[in-house]
Structures are given as C-alpha cells and as structure tokens.
Write a protein that binds this ligand. Structure first.
Ligand code: UTP
Length: 402
C-alpha cells in the first residue's frame, strides 16, 4: 500500500507530503491517503459539465394552490398523522460565506433576544406538528466538522422542545480538498484538509448510518429535505405534501418566482424530458429572458432547497453516482513551513455532489410555487444579499419576534 501512496504523492507533486515520504506517516493520514479517490484530481481540468437539451417546465402556481388548498391540506395532514412523512435537515455545510466558525444552525439570528437558526427551524416545524398533533421524524445530517457541537447544542437547548424520540443525527462523508494545481492540502500534521462531500450524498449517508431501517420501521413513504440556512423554511408543509401526492409525482420542489431573468438561482425545468435544475449561469440570455403568452419568464421559477422525495424512488437511485461538482472555496491549510494559513479568498477546489442532481434522477417533479416573502430568507452571507440582515428583515415582516 505504501508504494501506491508514494506514487500518488509524486503524482500530485504535494510538497508537504513529499517531505513525509520514507518517514513514518501518521496512521490517520495513511488511512486518508489509502481511502482517497485520486481519480477526482483529473476532474479539475474538465470543470464544464455536459448538459442535455433544456425546456421549460411550468409550476403549480399560487392561485391554483389557494383554490385547492383545503383538499391538499387534508391529504398532507393525513400523511403526517400516519407517519408517512419524515424531514431531513441538511446541516453538514461549512457556511464559509457567512464566516461563522460553528455549525450555521448555531448562529444567533436574534436582535433583542437569542434566536438560533436551529431554534427557528424547529419552531417552523412545530407549527405543523402541533396542528397535526403528531411528530414528524427529523433526521439531521452533520459533518465530521460540526457533528459533536451540533448534537451538544441541541441537547443543551433541550431539542428546542422537539421530542428527542423523533430526532436522529447522522454524519456525511468527507473528501480531500486540493489547491488550484491539484495538490492535496494538509490541515494538520496528521490530516489532509478534508471537507464535507456536498449535500448530494445525504441519502447514501443516511443509509450508511442504518437510518433507512428506522425510516422503514416507522412506515415513512416521503422525505422532505431542506437546507439549514433558510430561516423561513416551511418544513413538512401539508399543502406541499398533499399537492405532490395528489399530483401523482414522485418528487416535488418548492420554487419561488425569480425577481429578474438573471437572478442567481437554479431554475426548475426539463432536461431531455426529465425534471432538472438549470443553473443561472447555464442559461443563454435568450433562455433567461424568454416569456410565455402571459409575459411570465419560461425559466422563471427558482428552487429554494426544499424538496419532497418518495422513498421507493430514493432507494431505487441510491447506488447511482451523482455528477461531481468542483467548487472554489476558502480552505485553511498548512503552508510549506507547517504554519496554518486561513485564506481570505478561495484557494482550493472541493468536490461535491449536489441534491439538485437527484431531481434529474426522478421520473417527474411537481414544481410548487410559494410566496417568496413568506418562505425564503436564506442566510448565506454576513451582509448584503441573502444575508443575516436580509433574513432578519424578512423574519420581522413575518411578525417573528427577533
Ligand atoms: P451551501 O451550498 O450554501 O453550502 O449549502 P455551505 O457549505 O453551507 O455554505 P458556503 O457555500 O460554504 O457558504 C446548502 C445546504 O446544504 C447543506 C448546507 O448545510 C445547507 O443546508 N450542505 C452543504 C451539507 O449538508 N453538506 C455539504 O457538504 C454542503
């Protein structure tokens, strides 16, 4: 095994690691090197992904949803009361843009009182569980970087009043980050700089943790997967669940109407006839500005990372490989002198799979429009667009005391 490690070290021209060749490599590092999928490295030279032919996909829009709300709510509430719905909180990200060094959910979004992101999300979910008089099993994905602190934080806060019986934590996989020349980086003398492998691996990690058994034992048929960073996230929304079930679709995605043709969100559409998400930078100006007979944008509904998946379909695609995305991020690393550097600007590539690519693996997907001001307050940055400031404003607009 050592020989192949040394070959790889040479291949990646990693200065720090070459210094270790011939010496004792700490056990943790040796294991990381053994487990590393070196084929990732060649991907940094072929960053563009091949995409198929895009076509617009309409959405179930707010007037129609309002008209059918009573029926949808009944279907959704029945599913919740019969424990057919579980929720999955994706909280393994590093939130590098926010610049907060703990799990993003531990961020205090309050102004006059403490109000943590996790707390607000649980409060949003409890609105539904209280109305249904039934708990929704909640699966929380963390990463090696924030697992212990997340579990401790929830325990310290008594799970924000959620029934611990219905909460399970699981940890996602990690992959090594590389610098822009493809050299692996070290984060300490006994460890490569590792980062979470993106939010696309959530179902595999959930199964690896054995939680599929828990899901099956409970009789869950649908999983509502959502991001940690939208404080207005409506979780296990009975109307959304009911509409998706009633539509006969195997998946659903909450979407908001784009504010302008060039808004930096992924738009739900069709790709080679299958549901898919086209990124804003993949749209040509003609596609971005194209409108229908009512003047609405054809690629005008952006996803907000709130999806509903039917369990049998997730099990069907579990072993399939999702495309790898290469993302530029700020990754702390040991320099040639062994000094830890914390870069101010992106210095490395991370390899991630993304949940949005799972939509393309579904036979169909209900595009379900929601009111942006009521359901979309992302906390991505410290200031400016999609920031702590903008999320606070939106919370206040929704009469949430912060
Ligand atoms: P983002 O794409 O915003 O990534 O995550 P991030 O790592 O949290 O933040 P930046 O880009 O470094 O600032 C969207 C959602 O996916 C989760 C995040 O926790 C968030 O809920 N996520 C992301 C994971 O659970 N694991 C990952 O590896 C990446």
């Amino acid at each position: 095994m050592r020989a192949s490690v040394e070959q790889n070290i040479t291949a990646t021209k990693q200065k720090y690691l070459s210094a270790l060749v011939g010496k004792d490599i700490p056990a943790k590092l040796e294991q990381q090197l053994d487990e590393m999928d070196w084929s990732y490295l060649k991907l940094i030279h072929q960053k563009e992904q091949k995409r198929g032919t895009f076509a617009p996909l309409g959405a179930m829009e707010i007037p129609e949803i309002e008209e059918k709300k009573t029926g949808f709510t009944k279907v959704g509430m029945d599913a919740i009361r019969n424990t057919k719905v579980g929720a999955v909180l994706l909280a393994g990200g590093q939130g590098t843009r926010l610049g907060f060094d703990k799990a993003k959910g531990m961020f205090n979004i309050g102004v006059t009182k403490e109000l943590y992101i996790f707390e607000q999300l649980i409060a949003n979910l409890k609105k539904v569980t209280t109305a249904a008089n039934a708990w929704v099993p909640l699966y929380i994905m963390t990463s090696d970087k924030n697992d212990a602190q997340t579990r401790e934080f929830f325990a310290e806060h008594d799970y924000f009043g959620y029934d611990l019986e219905y909460i399970r934590f699981f940890v996602q996989e990690m992959v090594p980050a590389v610098d822009f020349d493809g050299n692996v980086l070290m984060e300490s003398e006994d460890s490569l700089a590792m980062s979470p492998n993106g939010n696309g691996g959530w179902f595999k990690s959930l199964v690896k943790a054995g939680l599929d058994k828990d899901i099956k034992a409970k009789g869950i048929e649908w999983l509502n997967v959502f991001a940690v960073d939208n404080v207005l996230q409506q979780i296990a929304d009975p109307v959304f669940i009911g509409a998706t079930i009633a539509s006969g679709c195997v998946s659903g995605a909450k979407v908001v109407r784009k504010t302008n043709p060039y808004e930096r969100v992924g738009a739900l559409c069709l790709e080679d006839g299958k549901p898919s998400i086209v990124e804003y930078y993949e749209l040509t100006p003609e596609m971005a500005e194209a409108v229908n007979e009512n003047g609405s944008l054809l690629y005008g509904f952006g996803v907000i990372l709130n999806y509903l998946f039917r369990l049998d379909k997730l099990l069907e695609i579990e072993s399939k490989q999702l495309p790898l995305h290469i993302v530029e991020k700020k990754v702390p690393y040991l320099d040639e002198n062994g000094v830890l550097q914390k870069p101010e600007t992106p210095n490395a590539y991370k390899f991630e799979t993304l949940i949005l690519d799972m939509i393309y693996m579904m036979d169909n997907c209900l595009s379900f429009e929601v009111v942006r001001e009521k359901e979309f307050a992302p906390v991505k940055n410290a200031t400016g667009v999609d920031s702590v400031e903008s999320a606070r404003e939106l919370l206040q607009k929704n009469h949430i005391v912060i």
